[in-house]
Design a protein around this ligand. Structure first.
Ligand code: HEM
Length: 481
């Protein structure tokens, strides 16, 4: 088996630099050894072409709070094993709140989030002498507020939303540390008592904050007419198959989600919907601060398409802004905010690497930044060059969804690939485009000096975030000038 002998870590690092894939030992989960695939053709073959047959669609047991606390019994979309439950809860998300026709209904919530963010940045601008703002926190608050409105409705008290956002940041910070609980939970629970207690406390706080809101939605006999259904509304209605029956071949019984599962799914919606998107928004704006010429070109494109009297760059305008889209793609290529995608080989999977079968249980990792900076795919792969995504450039026609056909290939995959790819991609791209366009239209962004300069150094943990959260000098624009 490939797993029998893993060479030492240093040797693996060297091998990784040259090979298509390699075995490495994962020190944070002592009992695990991973295969890391660094070759994009192999990644395409494993994730997309094999996936067409349904195989290789499981993640390793995860460290989501719900899975850990329920000993892998409660699952959200990201942690559910490939099967009927996963299909049911994922389909609910993409066919209800994330259905393209529904996304329009949330336009007022998006506008409220944008107005709050612009007001906050203006306020910071006014109260500092030179216009220096700490944009990162304001961006997080705006995107979290938007996710909370889509999840629970728009009338949640702002202090409660703030407390939810703080709790989520703490949970994300502790996620890497929770990986130890994926193996031997009963034992690790004793060894890492403090971490366990912390997790229990965070989940209890989530229950105290989320469940009254869930129950309030349950109590609504009818939604006010015209109001968009919230994510919670769809979850309350949802009947999910019982996966244990499904596997045994018996007719699957259907049941409602428990309160514990509801809290887990809301936590996933708020976390997955906010944290990678906030990180991406910062990476885009940081690159625009570093490349003022690119920022100016984005602004000119917007001014050409959006009238000076228009209140905002709207969702309908975004489709016309090709250069803006090129900037988003280039930032996501260089700084994929989820560092790595993982799959676990199950006993029925037939996964081969260079003709050798990979043992069941092995985790296969796909490091996203490395795959997207491949010299065989891109000229000057480390350079920020949005033009490459315009007509005639090396990225012209590159899709975020890798195709299954033999001609398909992966040049970048910031939202993953195959059946488990991110179901929030459409909404994430909409939010990113909307916020970047309007922030560039409202303000001129420049770099402060010295310690306050923009630093493109990443901090890679559970997510790939800017090590020094984004700060910049902002000047309010006169759009009618
Ligand atoms: C810029 C923003 C985002 C980025 C970069 C991102 C990236 C990713 C990546 C790389 C994966 C793993 C895919 C794979 O394994 O192939 C993923 C999965 C997932 N994402 Fe996102 N995501 C973003 C926004 C969102 C949003 C807005 C939501 C909405 C709630 C969301 C929900 C999920 C869920 C539920 C999964 C698990 C899917 C499954 O296992 O079937 N993400 N995301």
């Amino acid at each position: 088996s490939l797993l029998r002998r893993a060479p030492p870590f240093k040797e693996m690092q060297t091998r990784l630099a040259a090979a298509k894939w390699a075995l490495v030992r994962d020190f944070s989960a002592a009992l695990r050894q991973d295969v890391v695939v660094t070759d994009r053709v192999t990644a395409h073959h494993l994730l997309v072409r094999r996936g067409a047959g349904g195989a290789f669609c499981n993640r390793p047991p995860t460290s989501t709070a719900s899975s850990v606390l329920s000993r892998q019994r409660h699952h959200n979309i990201g942690s559910a094993p490939y099967g009927a439950l996963w299909r049911g809860i994922r389909r609910n998300l993409v066919s209800e709140v994330f259905h393209p026709s529904r996304l329009r209904v949330y336009a007022p919530a998006r506008r409220r989030a944008l107005c709050g963010l612009v007001a906050d940045l203006r306020e910071q601008c006014k109260s500092s002498n030179d216009g220096l703002v700490l944009a990162a926190e304001s961006m997080h608050a705006a995107l979290f507020g938007l996710s909370a409105a889509m999840c629970f409705g728009g009338d949640v008290d702002s202090r409660l939303v703030r407390a939810m956002a703080d709790g989520m940041e703490e949970l994300i910070r502790s996620l890497v540390g929770l990986r130890v609980f994926a193996a031997l939970p009963a034992l690790t629970e004793l060894i890492y008592r403090d971490r366990w207690n912390k997790l229990v406390t965070l989940r209890r706080q989530q229950e105290e904050m989320y469940l009254p809101l869930v129950n309030a939605r349950r109590g609504l006999l009818r939604r006010p007419s015209g109001e968009a259904p919230t994510y919670v509304d769809t979850l309350i209605e949802l009947l999910v198959p019982d996966d244990s029956h499904f596997d045994s071949g018996a007719k699957a019984s259907k049941q409602r989600l428990t309160d514990g599962e509801l809290v887990g799914l809301c936590s996933e919606f708020l976390g997955a919907g906010t944290e990678p998107a906030t990180a991406a928004l910062q990476w885009v704006m940081a690159n625009l601060v570093k490349h003022v010429d690119v920022q100016e070109a984005v602004r000119s494109e917007i001014d050409a398409f959006v009238g000076a009297d228009a209140e905002e760059v709207s969702e309908d305008d975004l489709g016309k802004l090709e250069y803006l889209n090129a900037v988003l793609m280039e930032a996501l290529r260089l700084h994929p905010t989820v560092p790595s995608v993982a799959r676990q080989v199950m006993p029925d999977d037939h996964v081969f690497l260079d003709g050798r079968r990979v043992a069941a249980g092995t985790t296969v990792q796909f490091p996203l930044e490395r795959l997207a900076r491949d010299e065989t795919a891109w000229a000057e792969p480390d350079k920020f060059a949005p033009e490459r995504f315009l007509a005639g450039g090396g990225g012209d026609g590159v899709s975020l969804v890798a195709a299954a056909g033999s001609a398909g290939e992966i040049k970048m995959m910031p939202f993953g690939a195959g059946r488990r790819m991110c179901p929030g991609m459409g909404v994430a791209m909409l939010h990113l485009g909307y916020f970047v366009a309007n922030l560039v239209r409202e303000f001129e962004w420049t770099e402060a000096e010295g310690d306050l300069a923009v630093d493109l150094e990443p901090q890679v943990g559970f997510l790939n975030v800017m090590e020094r959260p984004l700060r910049a000098l902002l000047k309010l624009r006169n759009k009618r000038a």
